[in-house]
Structures are given as C-alpha cells and as structure tokens.
Design a protein around this ligand. Structure first.
Ligand code: SAM
Length: 272
C-alpha cells in the first residue's frame, strides 16, 4: 500500500457504513480495485476497521458542525486531507483549505470539478495546496494559507496522517499550526499510542502494508502518548475520544477483542 493510496481505503471503509460515518459522498471514490483492496485490508487486519474509520469521520464531522453552530469556526484546514469529503457535508459558508501531496490534491481537484459539473456534488470551492510535509514548506505555505483564511477562526484537522510521519516532521507541523492559528482556534488530531504496536492487529497492518509495496517497520510508524498533546505549547486538550468511547456514544457494537482492534485516539485541542 502506497501512502497516497491509503486515502482511498479510508473512503471505502467510510462508505461501508454510511449510517455510522454520515459520509454520503465517500462512495464516489469507489471502483472495483479500491473496493477489493479495502476488503482485503479488512480481512487481513481486522473487520473492526470499517466501523473504526466510520466513527473517526463521525466524530470530526459532528465536532466541526457543533463548533460552526457556535460561530467558533470559519475556516477548515485539512492537513493530509486525502479524499475525505467534509467540504460537502458541512455548512456552505465555511472556507476549505486542503493540503496533501501534489499528486493527491491534483487528482482530487479534477474529480471534484468533474462531479460538480455533472451535478453529482454540490458547488463548493476548495482551495487545494500540494505540499510534502517532509519538505521545507513553512514560509510559502504560511503566506498561501493566510491569503485564503484571512486570519479567520480555524479548525486544523490532521487525521490518518501522523502514523506515516517522522517525529521531527510531526513536531514541525504542530509548530507550524501554532504559527498560523489565533487564540481559541482548534486542532483535531488522530494518533496511535505506543502500546497499540503490541497488538496482533497492528502487526497484521504492517504485514499488509509490506505485502502491498510498502516498506515499514514498527519503529517507522509514529505513535504519540497523551502527554504529547497535554504538553503542547499554547494549546489545551479539550476532548479525547477513541474507538471505545465513540462506539458507546454512537451505539456501535464491537465484535472483536482489543488485540484485534486498531484503537486510534482522537484529540481536540484549543489554542490558549
Ligand atoms: C490515510 S490517508 C488519510 C486521508 C484523510 N485525512 C482522511 O482521513 O480521509 C493519509 C493521507 O496523508 C497524506 N500524507 C502522508 N504523508 C504525507 C506527507 N509527507 N506530506 C503530505 N501528505 C502526506 C497522504 O497522501 C494521504 O492522503
């Protein structure tokens, strides 16, 4: 599995339980290959992964909607946005900035435009920016974002991405977030804890990635403990959820044990 392609798998998984994910557009990305690949992913790793991805989408979707209603967010900046469909699922007034590797944003941009021309997707402008987070992106990205967001209140989302990054790349991103956000702005982030790497599900994930053109060792996969978020300079942690808490909240029945579940943790931070 190539990193860039992981975004399609996320969409397939969200599309398998629309009632739970509330993402009615993820299925647009479906084709036979992507569907077969996602099913092979579920069989090889854990069948819980479909609902786990649905709940991740549901949590951020509901969180973003709640904050919009309260008038706390005017801009959504999605780092490593992949093929997620938030711009079409939330209030029309929100400004959307989506940042990912150039190949990913170019492909997404052309498909979104095509689906809008065909009236399959509603009209909504997305500002796409192609960037590799491992490069020296800060200066140029800073001016691009500020020229679009005009310093309006923002929520930065980074989900399903940190796993692939080196620790220093992650630290640099969070420093960058601090530089572009103002007091009361939000970050929604997703990561695994260290102990998840000991589970059978995680070992199966690595095997699956490496059987599909990947080349990753457990030590290459970034995991973060709560204290990373609790001690982030200028931010306070205001909410923390995981697959178990969200399953209770949204009535999802968990069928497999903890060893066969990849428990991602979802954090909401607010700038002080
Ligand atoms: C699993 S997908 C998640 C996509 C999306 N956030 C979602 O939840 O649907 C991971 C995304 O991170 C992006 N990504 C990974 N490493 C990156 C990097 N170094 N620079 C930019 N994007 C990166 C990939 O291209 C991919 O779109």
């Amino acid at each position: 599995m190539k990193i860039e392609e992981s975004g399609f798998t996320t969409c397939m998984l969200r599309s398998y339980n629309e009632g739970l994910s509330k993402d009615i557009y993820a299925k647009l990305w479906k084709n036979e290959n992507r569907d077969n690949f996602a099913k092979a992913y579920l069989n090889a790793i854990s069948t819980e992964e479909a609902n786990a991805h649905c709940l991740r989408n549901r949590y951020f979707l509901e969180t973003i909607k709640e904050r919009i209603i309260k008038g706390e967010i005017e801009v959504l900046i999605n780092f490593g946005s992949g093929f997620s469909m938030y711009p079409f699922l939330i209030d029309k007034s929100i400004i959307h900035i989506e940042i990912d590797k150039p190949d990913v944003v170019n492909l997404k941009k052309s498909k979104v435009l095509q689906w809008q021309e065909e009236s399959i997707l509603p009209e909504k402008e997305i500002h796409f920016i192609g960037v590799d987070f491992s490069s020296d992106y800060e200066e140029e990205l800073y001016s691009k974002i500020l020229s679009i967001s005009a310093n309006k209140p923002s929520l930065i989302l980074i989900e399903g991405v940190l796993f692939f990054l080196k620790r220093e790349v992650c630290n640099k991103l969070f420093n960058f977030f601090r530089s572009i956000q103002n007091t009361n702005d939000f970050i929604g982030s997703v990561s695994f804890k260290d102990k998840t790497k000991e589970t059978t599900a995680f070992k199966r994930l690595l095997n699956f990635i490496n059987r599909n053109e990947g080349n990753m060792k457990a030590s290459d996969c970034l995991s973060l403990e709560d204290h990373f978020y609790e001690n982030l300079d200028a931010y306070k942690l205001i909410d923390k959820q995981d697959y178990y808490s969200l399953s209770k909240k949204y009535n999802n029945t968990i069928r497999l044990g903890k060893d066969l579940t990849l428990n991602e943790v979802f954090y909401l931070l607010q700038k002080e």
